[in-house]
Design a binder for this molecule. Structure first.
Ligand SMILES: [Fe+2]
Ligand SMILES: [Fe+2]
Length: 151
């Protein structure tokens, strides 16, 4: 019933969520300074949400007779979200987060379309729910970007 494209996108989204968790956590630890506190807290909160997304995607893969990838199949893609050389460079992390969130938004939009084409409303519904979370993360970090580039 479900298409190869749906499975492929679910697996891609799963990997991206795991990479996001790794980079958000690393940046939340690496960043220094009073100005970074608010960003670190926000990242820590998002880590829990992204982890929850990966779990939901993995369970959906299982329901469809597939499985989420392990680390041997993993390819890192988040170049702009690597911890900055300068640990007080909050803006670099904010921009990396915006890239990751925009990328996630595109993947969930693709998944919504693929699930609709495959007549898979359950996956479509899951993708819509997660998409709303990613849009809200992006809104939050767009606000931070404004605040920090003027500071
Ligand atoms: Fe997510
Ligand atoms: Fe997110």
């Amino acid at each position: 019933m479900s298409s190869d494209r749906v499975i492929e996108l679910l697996r891609k989204a799963y990997s991206d969520e795991i990479e996001t968790v790794m980079n958000y956590q690393t940046n939340a630890i690496v960043l220094d300074g009073v100005r970074a506190e608010e960003i670190k807290e926000s990242l820590q909160q998002d880590i829990q949400e992204e982890l929850g997304h990966s779990e939901q995607l993995g369970q959906r893969l299982k329901q469809l007779g597939a499985r989420p990838p392990g680390s041997a199949e993993f390819t890192a893609r988040q170049d702009s979200l690597q911890p900055p050389e300068d640990s007080t460079d909050v803006l670099s992390v904010i921009r990396g987060v915006l890239d990751a969130e925009n990328d996630a938004i595109q993947t969930y939009r693709d998944l919504i379309n693929a699930a609709e084409d495959a007549d898979d409303p359950v996956t479509e519904d899951l993708a819509v729910t997660i998409l709303a979370d990613e849009e809200s993360h992006r809104t939050e970090f767009r606000g931070f970007e404004k605040e920090y580039q003027n500071g």
